[in-house]
Design a protein around this ligand. Structure first.
Ligand SMILES: Cc1cc2nc3c(=O)[nH]c(=O)nc-3n(C[C@H](O)[C@H](O)[C@H](O)COP(=O)(O)OP(=O)(O)OC[C@H]3O[C@@H](n4cnc5c(N)ncnc54)[C@H](O)[C@@H]3O)c2cc1C
Length: 441
C-alpha cells in the first residue's frame, strides 16, 4: 500500500472518529486496533457531554489548557451533529454531572457505521488484533509505523500518524510514575488494553508529557467486590459519595465530597491505605443513593448492589453504633462517630471543614448506611501535550511534524477535573482528521 493520509493507532472514540472523517472527505486512513473489535472504552460509554460554555469549563477545570478548552466547547455540538448525519441515534440534550450538558449517542451503532464506511472507502483499512511496534522517523518527522498484524509485520507509511490508544491506566508502572505511588493498586474500570502504548511511542518521537499531576478519571467502588464486567462498571460505582460523608482510616474527613464522586476518587487514593468509609443517612440514601445518576436512567439501590456484590457494608441505627464498627475494618469507631457529630454541628453553625460547596445538610436522619470504598480508574488525564489542532508538541512546545494525539492519549485538556471523555476524544479526533486532510490538500 502506498502512503496513507492518516495512520491511526487505536480504534476507539478518537481513532475511529478521525479515520471515518478522513475517509468521508476522500482521504485514505488505516486504523491499527489491538483488540479483536473496535470501540475501546467508548463501546461501554454513551453520553457525549461537556461544559456548556468556555467560562463554565474554565471554572470547573482551571488547570486545563485554555486553547483546548475553547476547542472542546466550540466543536462538540457540531461534532455530535456530524455523528447524527452518519445515521447514529443521538438523543435530546440533558444535564450531566452538575454543570455539564450533552447527548446520549448509540456508540455500538456508531462503531458499526464507521467500520462499514472504512471497509468500503478506497485506500482505507481497519487492522484488528494489531499493534504498532514503533514509529517511523525521517529526521524529526513521523512518517508512519511498523505494525504487527496477525498476518505478520507491516510497514505503513503515512503523512500523519494519530496516537489514540486510550491512555495508560492499564500499566502499573506508568500509574505509579504519573499518578500516585498507590495508583497501581486501583481496580481498572476501562477496556484492559490501554496500557500507555501511545504515550511511549510519542515520547520516543520527542513528544512532551503533561500536565504533571493531572490525575485521572474514575469512581469509588465498594472494597473487595468483583469488578471485571464492563457492563456493570457504572452500576457498581458509588456516584452518591458526592452527597455522603467520607472518612479515612484515621477517622477524619479529608475533602469537599460535594464537588463530585470522580474527585472524591482522586482524594481517596491519596488517603492512608487508599480507602475510606462512605457514610449516608436516610435522607441522603433516599435522595441520592437509590435515584438515577443521569436523568432518565433506571433507579438502582447502590447499597443493595454493594451488599449483593460482596462489599463491606453496614447499617447503623444511630451514631452511637459507630462505636462498634468491627475492628477488622480498620477504622476508629469512636473517632468516626465524633467526626460525624462535629460535622453535623458545623453544618448547623456556619459550615464544616473541609467545607461543602453544594450540600451542607447534616447527616442527622438515622439509620446510617456505611460502605468501605476504594478508587477505581477509568482513564488518565496526563498524556502527550497537543495544540488545538491535535498536533503533538515537542519539549520546546513546537508541533512534531506528522504526529497527532487525541482522546486519553493527549494531555492538557483536563487537570484534576473532568468534563467528558467522549467529547474530548470526539472533538480532538476530528481536529486530528482535519489536520491530516489539510496536509493532504
Ligand atoms: C464503563 C465506561 C463508561 C463511560 N461512560 C462515559 C460517558 O457516558 N461519557 C463520557 O464522556 N465518557 C465515558 N467514558 C469514558 C470514555 O469511554 C473515554 O473517555 C473514551 O472512550 C476515550 O476515547 P479514546 O479514543 O481515547 O480511548 P478508547 O475509546 O478507550 O479507545 C482506545 C483504543 O485503543 C486501543 N489500543 C490500546 N493500545 C493499543 C495499541 N498498542 N495498538 C493499537 N490499539 C491499541 C484499545 O484497544 C481501544 O480500542 C466511559 C468509560 C467507561 C469505561
Amino acid at each position: 500500500m502506498s502512503k496513507v493520509d492518516l495512520l491511526v493507532i487505536g480504534g476507539g472514540m478518537a481513532g475511529m472518529s478521525a479515520a471515518t472523517w478522513v475517509a468521508q472527505h476522500g482521504g485514505t486512513a488505516v486504523v491499527v486496533e489491538k483488540g479483536s473489535a473496535v470501540g475501546g472504552s467508548a463501546a461501554f460509554a454513551g453520553y457525549v457531554w461537556t461544559a456548556p460554555t468556555y467560562t463554565v469549563l474554565r471554572a470547573e477545570n482551571p488547570g486545563g489548557d485554555p486553547a483546548l478548552a475553547r476547542a472542546l466547547v466550540d466543536d462538540v455540538q457540531a461534532d455530535v451533529e456530524w455523528m447524527e448525519s452518519l445515521g447514529v441515534a443521538c438523543e435530546a440534550p440533558i444535564d450531566k454531572m452538575r454543570f455539564g450538558r450533552g447527548r446520549h449517542v448509540d456508540t455500538t451503532q456508531y462503531f458499526g457505521i464507521c467500520s462499514r464506511l472504512l471497509r468500503d472507502a478506497h485506500g482505507c483499512e481497519v487492522l484488528l488484533d494489531s499493534t504498532a511496534e514503533r514509529l517511523l522517523l525521517d529526521g524529526p518527522r513521523v512518517v508512519g509505523a511498523e505494525v504487527h498484524t496477525p498476518e505478520g509485520p507491516r510497514t505503513i507509511e503515512a503523512a500523519n500518524t494519530l496516537l489514540a490508544t486510550g491512555g495508560y491506566q492499564g500499566d502499573d508502572g506508568l500509574r505509579a510514575q504519573h499518578i500516585h505511588p498507590e495508583a497501581p493498586q486501583m481496580v481498572l474500570r476501562s477496556n484492559p488494553r490501554s496500557d500507555g502504548a501511545g504515550l511511549r511511542l510519542g515520547l520516543e518521537a520527542g513528544a512532551r508529557f503533561g500536565k504533571p499531576n493531572a490525575g485521572f478519571y474514575g469512581h469509588l467502588i465498594p472494597l473487595g467486590i468483583r469488578y471485571d464486567e464492563p457492563t456493570q462498571f457504572a452500576m457498581k460505582s458509588m456516584y452518591c459519595s458526592e452527597h455522603a460523608v467520607l472518612v479515612n482510616t484515621e477517622g477524619s474527613r479529608f475533602a469537599d465530597e460535594t464537588l463530585g464522586d470522580h474527585l472524591n476518587t482522586q482524594a481517596v487514593l491519596e488517603q492512608p491505605g487508599s480507602r475510606a468509609l462512605m457514610i449516608a443517612d436516610q435522607r441522603t440514601y433516599e435522595q441520592w443513593c437509590v435515584t438515577p445518576f443521569v436523568v432518565g436512567a433506571a433507579p438502582i439501590d447502590k447499597f443493595e448492589i454493594a451488599r449483593a456484590s460482596g462489599g463491606r457494608i453496614a447499617t447503623a441505627a444511630d451514631l452511637e453504633e459507630f462505636e462498634y464498627l468491627p475492628p477488622e475494618w480498620g477504622y476508629p469507631g469512636s473517632k468516626v462517630r465524633a467526626t460525624i457529630e462535629a460535622f453535623n454541628e458545623a453544618c448547623r453553625n456556619g459550615g464544616p471543614e473541609p467545607t461543602r460547596r453544594y450540600d451542607r445538610a447534616p447527616l442527622d436522619q438515622p439509620p446510617y448506611y456505611v460502605v468501605d470504598v476504594v478508587p477505581a480508574i477509568t482513564f488518565t488525564f496526563g498524556g502527550l501535550l497537543i495544540d488545538d489542532q491535535a498536533r503533538a508538541l515537542d519539549e520546546a512546545g513546537h508541533p512534531i511534524p506528522g504526529l497527532l494525539a487525541a482522546g486519553a492519549d493527549s494531555g492538557g485538556v483536563f487537570v484534576r477535573a473532568y468534563a467528558g471523555g467522549l467529547a474530548n476524544a470526539l472533538v480532538f479526533g476530528l481536529r486530528a482528521a482535519r489536520t491530516a486532510c489539510a496536509a493532504a490538500a
